[in-house]
Design a protein around this ligand. Structure first.
Ligand code: PMP
Length: 375
């Protein structure tokens, strides 16, 4: 049996999501925009998923826009807000550890004349809320800050920063990429003080190619795609009923036991850290108070070589993040992980279903790899 410890890259769809896809493909195949009954049933399935998703973040159903994934959600949030509100206000404040779908988008906006202020962690590798707040001024159009970093599990102080920013400058649009936090940490849009929130299906045991952008009531965005005006005109294109139904099915399954799973995963993280604590040359990169689902470590061999050694024993982890395809993304460096330590990063990402026996095997093969791999 494969030992899959790469759940921050993607998760295996749950049975409920697979069933929802199957039902939509075989029984409920209509176009939600069609005026007849077949279309209506498809529309009802999308509405159901929308309600479930909205409830999971304490929002109204109208605030949920289905997209093709969090990459699109992040693009729509950043570009859409800058284009809607950025005629006069030109500053964007952004954390320095964002996913490329945010980082590259704000850099594109820079080319269009916006000023981007990247906020870095301090020397201890921790973000100071005041650094974000002080960077915001009356010229600021948008602040964007992920909730959980996908490479280290670091939890950014979104609630505090957005709260302070909204107190001082209520008109600044607040956006958070919550992809790695969703269904893992309990939160609501209101608690985060977020105007815009990005979510992804395939990180929550639903399906790749489906995401969500929460858009707070009253926030305007310029759509990136024009067409049939689906999704309140913010995302034209026929809704993918199978993928959206799967999203709703996963959320329905996962939203009831977030706290229980968090406790389980916390114990599994402690178990893993204990198991690898005496392996020569292993260092822990994730903070103690990070999201326990993501554990970044460094070990003395090059990441890719160790990744393939583990793969040869049917154990699957990632080097840094899957999005950077083996290239260093620069995020580790932001957290103060550099040089040989950065060359040997492995990201182990677990779930509440990860077994202690799988962690035992990982630790054993890692130890063996460090001893056996030459160079
Ligand atoms: N943001 C974060 C933090 C992510 O981890 C990912 C997925 N790697 C994305 C955005 C992009 O999500 P998607 O694959 O749904 O486009």
């Amino acid at each position: 049996m494969p030992v899959y410890l790469d759940n921050a890259s993607t998760t295996k769809p749950c049975a409920e999501a697979v069933e929802a896809v199957k039902h939509a493909l075989t029984e409920n195949y209509g176009n939600p925009s069609s005026l007849h009954r077949v279309g209506l049933y498809a529309q009802l399935a999308v509405d159901r998923a929308r309600k479930i998703t909205a409830r999971s973040i304490g929002a109204g159903a109208d605030s949920i826009i289905f997209t093709s994934g969090a990459t699109e959600s992040n693009n729509l949030a950043v570009r859409g807000a800058c284009r809607a509100y950025g005629r006069k206000k030109k500053r964007i404040v952004c954390s320095s550890v964002e996913h490329p779908s945010v980082k590259k988008t704000v850099l594109d906006m820079e080319k269009e004349g916006f000023e981007v202020i990247f906020i870095k962690p301090s020397h201890g590798g921790r973000f100071e809320p005041k650094d974000f707040v002080q960077a915001c001024n009356s010229e600021t159009v948008l602040i964007t800050m992920m909730y959980v970093n996908n490479e280290t599990g670091y939890i950014l102080p979104v609630e505090e920063v957005f709260g302070e920013v909204k107190k001082k400058f209520p008109e600044i649009i607040t956006h958070s990429d919550c992809v790695q936090a969703y269904m893992k940490l309990p939160f609501t849009a209101r608690k985060l003080n977020a105007d815009l929130i990005s979510l992804s299906g395939h990180k929550i045991e639903a399906v790749k190619g489906c995401g969500v952008l929460f858009v707070r009531d009253g926030v305007r965005l310029i759509p990136q795609m024009t067409g049939g005006n689906q999704e309140r005109g913010l995302r034209s294109g026929t809704e993918s009923v199978p993928l959206i139904s799967a999203f709703g099915a996963s959320v329905k399954k996962m939203s009831d036991d977030i706290d229980e799973r968090l406790e389980k995963v916390n114990n599994l993280k402690s178990y893993l850290l204990e198991k690898i604590s005496d392996i020569e040359g292993v260092q822990i990169n994730s903070p103690d108070d990070g999201l326990p689902y993501i554990i970044s470590i460094s070990q003395p061999k090059r990441s890719e070589i160790m990744l393939h050694y583990l793969e040869s024993k049917d154990i699957y982890v990632s080097s840094g993040s899957a999005c950077s395809r083996g290239k260093q993304s620069g995020v580790a460096e932001q957290f103060g992980i550099t040089g040989r330590r950065a060359d040997g990063i492995l990201r182990v990402s677990i779930t509440a279903d990860t077994k202690e026996s799988e962690i035992d095997l990982f630790a054993e093969v890692l130890r063996e790899g460090i001893e056996n791999i030459r160079g």
